[in-house]
Ligand binder design. Structure first.
Ligand code: PMP
Length: 304
């Protein structure tokens, strides 16, 4: 990660190296925080932050679900994200807002702790690699199960929940794969460690519902909408591990990963082992939209 000049922290722009918190911060000990990952793209008419308001809305929802006081309005934070892009001279990049409990309580009850909000931004290329975006990645079903609604909240972007994703991701990398696929406790496909999942079989596109343990992904919603409007039949369905092996195409979606084809699942080639036509169309529609080359959903582009 290349440092930029400023990070916004609790109302002020502070130099990157000075944006620090105390070692006894509650969020550091217990993962009591919520965060977002947002991408900004350079277009012919300026820099746009893709579905920025939807991301900040989700941050507010996650904080609400986790019981973290949220002192800002969505429009205020939308403006801060744009300002962080501008003051750092970024024309494209990744924006990371995080809210978390700081000091004031070290027991489990965070009520007496203060709440921080920081927003940072930096340049970031393809999360799963340029080569992966072009030719597809190799994934493996993880032995780690996706966090369960009875124990936590898979559909809230809480910092503590990500230990689950980190365990799955690092195990997959150690075993020589590019990404992990997490099943839920019932054995159904939930998602990747930081991406939603789509499969294509006999021309029909499927993606697991949030109730399977998937995050309500904004890229997922965008791709779902774009493919449906392009004439594809697309459904939210329960997906089994075997469905992954029988799929003609598999791809992952996420702010960081954008639309990344999967060429192998558990050492079995997906289709003929190359990105298929629906995956390529999803990439075209999504990348065309975010870069303003396709004028399909101008309301998703929030210019800085
Ligand atoms: N699932 C998980 C666990 C994630 O961390 C992400 C990234 N936020 C996604 C799915 C994809 O969501 P989005 O398209 O909103 O980035």
């Amino acid at each position: 990660m290349d440092a930029t000049e400023y990070i916004w922290m609790d109302g002020d722009l502070v130099p990157w190296d000075e944006a620090q918190v105390h070692v006894l911060s509650h969020g550091l000990h217990y993962g009591t925080g919520a965060f977002e990952g947002i991408r900004a793209y350079k277009t012919e008419t300026g820099t746009e932050v893709f579905r920025l308001t939807d991301h900040i809305d989700r941050l507010a929802r996650s904080a609400k679900a986790l019981g973290i006081p949220f002192e800002y309005t969505v429009p205020e934070l939308v403006e801060v994200c744009k300002e962080v892009m501008r003051v750092n001279g970024l024309q494209s990049g990744y924006i990371r807002p995080v809210t978390f409990y700081g000091t004031g309580s070290i027991g489990l009850n965070p009520a007496a702790a203060n709440v921080h909000m920081i927003i940072a931004a930096w340049e970031w290329g393809a999360y799963l690699g340029e080569e992966g975006v072009k030719n597809g990645i190799r994934v493996a079903v993880s032995s780690w199960r996706r966090i369960e609604s009875n124990a936590s909240m898979p559909d809230a972007k809480g910092t503590g929940g990500y230990i689950n994703s980190v365990l799955a991701k690092t195990a997959a990398l150690k075993a020589g794969y590019d990404e992990a696929i997490l099943l839920n406790q019932a054995g159904l496909v939930a998602e990747g460690s930081g991406e939603n999942m789509f499969i294509v079989r006999k021309g029909i596109v499927h993606t697991p519902p949030n109730s399977a343990g998937a995050l309500d992904g904004i890229t997922r919603d965008s791709v779902y909408t774009l493919l449906a409007e392009d004439g594809y039949t697309i459904k939210e369905t329960a997906i089994t591990r075997t469905d992954l092996y029988y799929a003609d195409e598999v791809f992952l979606t996420g702010t960081a990963a954008e639309v990344t084809p999967v060429r192998e699942v558990d050492d079995r080639p997906v289709g003929d082992g190359k990105p298929g036509p629906v995956t390529k169309r999803a990439q075209e529609l999504f990348m065309g939209t975010v870069t303003g080359k396709l004028d399909l959903h101008p309301e998703w582009l929030e210019y800085i």
